[in-house]
Design a protein around this ligand. Structure first.
Ligand code: ASP
Ligand code: MG
Length: 425
């Protein structure tokens, strides 16, 4: 007997028919003798619908008071899901009880719309499990120290599930979703993309932060910190397939020392179009200049990603960086009003039509020539690289947005990702 956490995404919970099928699947696990905790998302489209209603009444909610109410509204989607799923289980003769995040309680800070979990009280859940009940807990929501309902940010149910699994020291956390695992890249762009049977936690963290949307990044951080065994798998397999088959499907997130890991140098290719590039041209090259430019940007709460500074000519240099595309106009504004007049830059140039393409793999630590192979591949396709950034296990390039799909396809092929992984030497 094991303690298992299942998480079901919005599509898996998309209709009463689908909820019934989720209940049948969960019942199968419970009848096999496992202690079951289930964390569902809101029914698909529901969170968007709720936030849309809120937006009609307040287009730009941004005060803490308004954000509190956004969370009060958005959290109801999951509230409906847990109740319906508990009913579906009870209708099949399986004892089940549902809880909102506030009832458990899943305690968070007060950062409405992006709260962080601080503690989970597991007393009630353990008592229910001991009494043979399936426990169903809302994803996405928690409660702050003042008793306010909070939410964990879009996609936050993944994090709820992993946090619950960590608190209960579950044997495994299974994330059921509408794809059947983690792929080498998005199969919509590269049809040859392959499902990975395993991916290391660090690679998954990079993939999630670089644009892969399979798991919310915080859930991966949580899994790493508490070493929660995590598997991403499809909720579209027939509910009555054998448990052993189901438990071995999808993608297992492993820790590096694991034997089971695939040994490819590059595990996957991530990409996103969520950034914009800004260049501050002709700035004096002296100590403190990076701070004079980026300080005011950071103060405006804008995340800075890739940064490059060129060698200087005649004491002047160019400074480029990327910011989230949503913050592009605001950043230009900050630079125009708070930076340019102070440092006397010659010009400001912006380009919102860029993309970032990244190769990710822990094999990059021990293999040379991986980045150069990336650059050669792009040059053979005639694609100009605008910026480069690297870490131990990834290399990212900033390109003109129009080359994104071509670049991803060429790199996927060049690194042999369409073939079954072979053991690296
Ligand atoms: N329902 C929330 C959302 O749509 C949380 C989740 O699905 O993970 O973002
Ligand atoms: Mg999701």
């Amino acid at each position: 007997m094991a303690l298992i956490v299942h998480k079901y995404g919005g599509t898996s919970m998309g209709s009463t028919e689908r909820i019934r099928s989720v209940a049948q699947r969960v019942a199968k696990w419970a009848r096999a003798g496992h202690q079951m905790v289930v964390v569902p998302s809101a029914m698909s489209g529901e969170t968007n619908r709720l936030l849309g209603l809120a937006k009609e009444l307040m287009p730009n909610a941004s005060t803490p008071e308004a954000l509190r109410e956004l969370d009060a509204v958005a959290a109801t989607g999951e509230q409906v899901s847990v109740g319906l799923l508990a009913l579906a289980l009870q209708a099949q003769g399986v004892p089940a009880v549902s809880y909102g995040g506030w009832q458990v309680a899943i305690e968070t800070d007060s950062a409405f719309t992006k709260a962080r979990i601080s503690r989970i009280d597991d007393v009630k859940v353990r008592a229910d499990l001991a009494a043979g009940k399936v426990v169903i807990i809302t994803g996405f929501q928690g409660i702050d120290a003042d008793g306010n309902v909070t939410t964990l940010g879009r996609g936050g149910s993944d994090t709820s599930a992993v946090a619950v699994a960590a608190a209960l020291k579950a044997d495994e956390c299974l994330i059921y979703t509408d794809v059947d695992g983690v792929y080498t890249t998005d199969p919509r762009i590269v049809p040859e993309a392959r499902r990975l049977s395993t991916i290391s936690f660090e690679e998954m963290l990079e993939m999630a932060s670089l644009g892969s949307k399979v798991l919310q990044i915080r859930s991966v951080e949580f899994a790493g910190k508490y070493r929660v065994p995590l598997r991403v798998l499809s909720s579209f397999t027939p509910w009555d397939i054998a448990i052993e088959e189901e438990a071995a499907s999808g993608t297992l997130i492993t820790f590096e020392e694991d034997e089971k890991m695939e040994k490819a140098v590059v595990a996957g290719i991530a990409f996103n179009r969520d950034e914009a590039k800004i260049s501050v041209i002709g700035v004096p090259d002296r100590p403190g200049i990076a701070f004079s430019i980026l300080g005011p940007v950071a103060e405006a709460n804008i995340d800075i990603d890739v940064i490059i500074q060129n060698v200087s000519h005649d004491g002047r240099t160019d400074f480029s960086f990327t910011v989230p595309r949503n913050d592009y106009a605001r950043t230009m504004d900050v630079l125009r009003t708070k930076v340019q007049p102070v440092i006397g830059a010659a010009d400001l140039r912006g380009d919102a039509k860029i993309c970032k393409v990244s190769i990710v793999g822990i094999g990059m630590r021990s293999h040379v020539g991986v980045a150069s192979k990336m650059f050669r591949t792009l040059s053979e396709e005639g694609i100009n690289i605008q910026m480069i950034t690297t870490s131990e296990i990834k290399t990212s390039v900033v390109l003109d947005e129009k080359y994104m799909e071509l670049a991803v396809r060429a790199l996927h092929k060049a690194f042999g990702l369409d073939q079954e992984a072979v053991a690296a030497a």
